[in-house]
Structure formats: C-alpha cells, structure tokens
Design a protein around this ligand. Sequence first.
Ligand SMILES: [Zn+2]
Length: 359
Amino acid sequence: MAKAKLNQPITLAGVTVPPGERTIIDLEVAQLYTHSPLGTPIEVVNGKYAGPVLLVSAAIHGDELNGVEAVRQLLNQIKPERLKGVLIAVPVVNVFGFVHKSRYLPDRRDLNRCFPGSERGSIASRLAYQFLNQVVKHCTHIIDLHTGALHRSNLPQIRANLANPATDEMVRAFAAPIIIDAELRDGSLRAVAESLDIPTITYEGGEALRFDSLAIGAAVNGILGVMRELGMIRKTRRKGLINPVIARSTSWVRANENGIVRSQVQLGDSVTKGQILAYVSAPLGLNEGTIEAPKSGVVIGQLTLPLVNEGDAVFNLAYFEEEDEHVVEQVGHLIDEVNEGLGDEALRIGIPSRPYDEM
Ligand SMILES: [Zn+2]
C-alpha cells in the first residue's frame, strides 16, 4: 500500500497550524459598543497526513445547541496524529446569539440569510464576511449543524442539493434516515458555499435551547461517517446500516382552531390520511377539535409547546415514494445505533441514555 502523503501547515485568520497539531483560534469579527471584541472560537485539527479540509459548524443560529455538543464530542474523538486532512470545528459561529440564547444577531438579523456579507456592514454582515473569507474559503467540504426553531423539534434529517454528486456522496455517508433535497436559500451558508463549489450539507435535529440525545448522537455518527467516506479517518464497518430515504415533499399541518394541544403522535411515526394527529381544546375542555393528517406520511417535525392559535404550524410531515414503513424502519436503525453508542458520554451531559426506547 502506498504511504500516506504528509500534510502541509494551514493558516487561518493569520494563525498557522503545523501538521499533526491542534490549535484554538479566535476569529475577530467586530467590536461591540462595550469596547469588547466579538469573536468566534475555532479549533483547527491539522492532520499529520494530507486530505480534505472539512468544516463542521454549529450555532449559526445562536439558540441551536445540539450541534454545539456534537462538535465537542467530535473533537474528543479526533487525533491529529492519525487524521488525514484538516478538521475545522466551529461549535458556536454566532457567539452574540449564543450569549443571548437567541437565533439572531443585533437588528434581529438572521446570519444564515446574510452570506456573503460585507466588510463594513452590520455585525451579522461582518460576521458572514469574515467567516466566509477567513474560514469557509479554506474548506473542501462543509457540514452545518442546525436544530428546529424554538418549541419545534425535528427528527434527524439532512437538507442538501443532491444534484451535486460530491454533496450526494456526503449525504449518503452521513446516513441520517431522511433526506430533503432542498433548494438553496439566498444568503445561507449552504448557498454561498455551493456557489464556490464546496459541497455542503445541512443537518437538522432536535429543537432550539434543548439537548436531544438522539439528535446529538446522530450528528456525531453522521460526521464520523462522512469523515470515513472522505478517507480522513480509518474505515470501520458501521453497524445499523441506515439506508437514507429521500422525501418527495414535506408540508406543515396547521391548527384550525385556538387551544391546548394533546398530541397523539411523535417524531418518526408514520401516519395515514385522516388519522388524528392531535386534539385541540379550550382550557375548560369545551369545543374539542382535532388536527388530522391530510395525506399519509411520516412525522419529521413537531411543535413541542402545547398551545396554539389558529393557523399555527403543528406537525411537519414528509411524503415518500417508498412505503412509509420503510422510512420508519430507518428511524429505528438510527435509534438503535445512537442508543448503542450512548454510554458514559450521555450521562455526563445529563441526558438519559436510552430515551427513545418507546419509539
Ligand atoms: Zn438553524
């Protein structure tokens, strides 16, 4: 077998990391009106051997925490002396939002709509600009970690542009049970990176401001799967064998009255057309109504707050060419795979190690 090629130093934001070493870099973004600088912490693990440059980013939306924990667990598992290529880990891109436990930057700017940004713009625009030019442009592949919004939880799923073969390869290797072939949204990291020909996948799992063991475990396993596929770490046979299924379409089912919601289904359930997904009633129990499935599909997103106004989105359903039972089976494989890996690590972050037994 040919000997692996040795790696080169990498320079990011003016800091050079030699091969076989790891370094923490503070990317300076802007000055706050308190006179303190606003920066983004980055850990660069430069492998001893040459290979791809993978960026794993989380908390572009400052209140989305599962990815932050996934990056921490990932960093514990990667050794620069064994790594081929470079892992650039950015657990908290939007530090301002993270501190405020908010999705946004000042002026309620959404960072994931601000790319490519500008050098002299608002803080969000400057952060987008610096992150793009000092970090993203050095990368050959990107995995961007997200969660559902506040009070909305997502089943682990990948959004990506499957028309790009390199992106498709990453999606398959990540092996989240559900894939959504999503159009690129203007101003997002994924859109700007794909326009630079950097294959990028977006992972969604769990909800904002909460830890979800399944979402965190699926993210770590998925990233390691991509790193194996790209030849960055040693290939081991992955058990579980999740065979991701591409959704034909998705839609939100909305409440048709105001009230208190009693959900009858959970993430990963398959539902049939007309099935009652939830009961909605007034506090005194009068005027009970129902929310029903408009078509047969699988629940991939759900409101976790049991209070709704008429028109609020309550369930996100995905529809497939394949039998829904096949999709449910893949979700089962994911749960087994994550539960198997949830040992001491899960206990240390304070989450039950087998929370999804019922599913
Ligand atoms: Zn997000």
